[in-house]
Design a binder for this molecule. Sequence first.
Ligand code: FAD
Ligand code: SF4
Length: 507
Amino acid sequence: MTRLVLILGDQLTPTVAALRAARPGDVIVMAEVMAEGTYVPHHPQKIALILSAMRHFAEDLRAAGWQVAYSRLDEAENSQSILGELIRRAAEMGAAEVVATAPGDWRLRQALGECPLPVTLLPDDRFLCSEAEFAAWAEGRKQLRMEWFYREMRRKTGLMMEGEQPAGGQWNYDHDNRKPAAADLFRPRPPRFAPDAVTEEVLALVEARFPAHFGALRPFGWAVTREGALAALDHFAAHALPAFGDEQDAMLAGDPVLSHSLISPYLNLGLLSPMEVCRRVEAEWRAGRVPINAAEGYIRQIIGWREFVRGIWALEGPGYMARNALGHGRALPAVYWGGPTRMACMGHAVGQTRDMAYAHHIQRLMVTGNFALLAGVDPAQVHEWYLSVYVDAFEWVEAPNTIGMSQFADGGVVGSKPYVSSGAYIDRMSDYCGGCHYKVKEKAGEKACPFNLLYWHFLLRHRERFAGNPRMAQMYRTWDRMEEGHKARVLAGAEAFLARMEAGEVL
Ligand code: FAD
Ligand code: SF4
């Protein structure tokens, strides 16, 4: 009996579980459907990357001898949902069974649960830590902390280990990282990949079908094949990795990428595997070409944070996306969708997001995320924004980063304290403030940096929850020591700013 083997747009790995389980005579189903392009308004570059990578991957599968039933978005008979396409293909092929790899999105897992055909859902084993393994690790722990999980992953993989001990004697070299950066014309730029004929066709399709989605479609320079993704990894390892640690948290108006790798979309689509990336980075360090703080810091992001957030997403289940522990309910302001702003940092972070579908971690966490949290924006709207605008955004990785790490809406599952800061942090780590309408050194008054005002407003709104947190108690003591008149001016300034935000004024 013919079976359908479903391959989703982020399962483009020849060894993905469903393909490993495929038998001669099975039909591989790949479907471009409108529902997947529009359940949130994805950035046009994200849609184009996924569609082009899917089309290239389908060709590889055909070349390897598989029968591929590929549905293009603009085909008249396309039913426009994954489930609809499975049902249509089953009728067409006389198939009575589906084999799939578990999607990294609860919405799709639920949809497959409603399929009228029997579906065999195989675990997605492209991660170092399976969902079951993570659940076993989490069992009985009062708090789940990435650092402890990361050490387990180091032991498990042997990456940067010397016997039982971490290479260099320390697990974590972060104290050597987190430096500001200076503009440098000679800093290597990430490679750009010229669109081939397949990508050009996809770009025209995306232009026609998703004209209203936020974000620039062109110039489009993402790799769309495994070969391209490997070239991007090579380029990063050879040129940017040595400075990765030092520049990891820095932000520069004229340099949106600095020494970041830009490989998250390739990892998340399945064009690169986490272990091959980490082995490559480790090899650079063992060859003496990159410092230990760069290699360890980079590997920690992948076998630590990436695996940890995936474990949390699986553990917490479909209700996680609706969490709102701090009871925040303000609407996401227009600046996030490219509306005018006088806040230079927000202008730069959102501007590069619009142009590139990319911002690096600190821009996501300490600029756009920090602002939304301080301003009390509804975390569901923040989640929808991050899921829409970044080329690497898939629920399993985006939601725990947004709902958990960035918005503290999970009440402390991902992080032990909220990532909030006043303007001083942004000023220290970037060159944004010099060109801003607001004054980062002003703590109150008309021109005071909004982060300075909102920071205290946030802390006081949530005093009951956070005052007892040992890592935050100092900030409450600082507030309590301030002069009463100054405190009143700060809070009045914050209230006025929030009122302007709610009235839809330019911020
Ligand atoms: P680099 O800085 O070069 O880091 C290397 C790799 O480490 C990344 O490619 C990524 O695979 C991994 N990594 C680093 N930090 C994290 C993290 N916190 N969680 C998971 N993986 C991590 N990452 C996504 O892949 N998809 C998302 O949708 C996403 N949404 C985010 C939302 C918010 C609010 C925040 C604060 C972070 C989010 N991240 C997300 C994590 C991180 O910002 C991106 O992985 C990173 O910016 C991707 O760029 P890069 O490849 O240049 O990363
Ligand atoms: Fe951002 Fe404040 Fe600096 Fe302006 S002054 S760039 S709002 S941190």
